[in-house]
Design a binder for this molecule. Structure first.
Ligand SMILES: C[S@@+](CC[C@H](N)C(=O)[O-])C[C@H]1O[C@@H](n2cnc3c(N)ncnc32)[C@H](O)[C@@H]1O
Length: 316
């Protein structure tokens, strides 16, 4: 497995730059250590977190349609593979997949997930790649005889604002080469549903976001007092998105990398954003990034969508 990608210096630089800016932010990619990944897996099982349920319900019909379209010996490449659960539906349906390349930034969790998956698929080469997909990623294996199928499920594309999403799609085109690419996109706009999923999930969301401070304390020797931060979300209409924050309850100062980080009461750190992509917007971004939108599958009247794109690859 390649990696590790989260060099201490890089996290420190990014954390200092975000926490000394106004307003304060932390890059969402640092939510994903082994604890963050495990908390997210619990969130996926919580009934309030609707996207996993919707996508899982849609996947069998999508997998059957792909099985009819893809040749035997395809190499499947998943971006942000997490617990590698959804991929089972594809691997079970596709004709004799040659390899599964799982790309994830959360290295230890990735190794565990592949360790659980591999025994059930002895004829498929398992290729974990610990990498940050916001940077160029090169596949360590050649395309199988059936070509390449990319997979980017869940709501992860929503972590990007539209220009960054277009950039990610362009980079993915270079990584995958000539390929099909199945991408999930959440388009939910109902405030109550978003509030329950992103603000609640039985406190799991709060634990997931606070874990980013736990990580800074552990890995960078910072001294954030976790009890001084509560988790809050806000919904914005344009572009439509959910933003997650950790809000300081009392004024406080903390130490990080030899610097002092001061908080006023009520001052907040933005820890993540989840943009909602209606089909027309997503397809416009995909086309702008050199992909041809081919098929759209919708769950619950378009609340969650899976898009099949086709691309001829990009410049390396
Ligand atoms: C929302 S979870 C989705 C997990 C799984 N694919 C699913 O749909 O349930 C996002 C996954 O992407 C990974 N991830 C987040 N940012 C990343 C980055 N910049 N590079 C690589 N992986 C990343 C996380 O570690 C996590 O496993």
């Amino acid at each position: 497995m390649s990696g590790p990608v989260d060099a201490r210096e890089e996290i420190l630089r990014d954390a200092l730059s975000g926490l000394t800016a106004a307003p304060k932010t932390l890059p969402g990619k640092y939510l994903w250590d082994a604890t963050g990944s495990d908390l997210f897996d619990q969130i996926c099982h919580n009934p309030d977190y609707y996207p996993t349920r919707q996508e899982m319900a849609l996947l069998p019909q999508v997998a059957a349609a792909l099985a009819a379209r893809v040749r035997p010996g395809v190499t499947v490449v998943e971006f942000g593979s997490g617990a590698s659960r959804k991929i089972r539906t594809l691997l079970d349906a596709l004709p004799e997949p040659a390899a599964y390349v799982a790309i994830d930034i959360s290295g230890a969790y990735l190794a565990e997930a592949i360790g659980r998956l591999a025994p059930d698929y002895p004829d498929i080469a398992m290729v974990p790649v610990c990498a940050d997909y916001t940077k160029p990623v090169q596949l360590p294996v050649a395309a199988g005889p059936g070509g390449i199928l990319g997979f980017y499920p869940g709501t992860s594309i929503g972590n990007f604002a539209p220009p960054e999403a277009a950039l990610f799609l362009e980079r993915a085109r270079t990584t995958l080469g000539p390929s099909l690419f199945l991408v999930g996109a959440d388009a939910t706009s109902e405030p109550e549903r978003l509030q329950r999923a992103y603000g609640g999930a039985d406190g799991l969301m709060a634990a997931f976001h606070r874990n980013i401070l736990v990580r800074l304390n552990r890995e960078l020797g910072a001294d954030f007092d976790l009890d001084n931060f509560r988790h809050r979300i806000e919904l914005y209409p344009d572009p439509q998105r959910v933003e997650a924050y950790l809000v300081a309850i009392r004024p406080a100062t903390y130490r990080l990398g030899g610097q002092t980080i001061a908080f006023a009461a009520g001052e907040r750190i933005r820890t993540d954003t989840s943009h909602k992509y209606a089909p027309a917007l997503f397809q416009a971004l995909a086309s702008q990034s050199g992909w041809q939108p081919r098929v759209l599958w919708e769950a619950e009247a378009g609340s969650f969508n899976l898009h099949l794109l086709e691309g001829m690859g990009g410049a390396t």
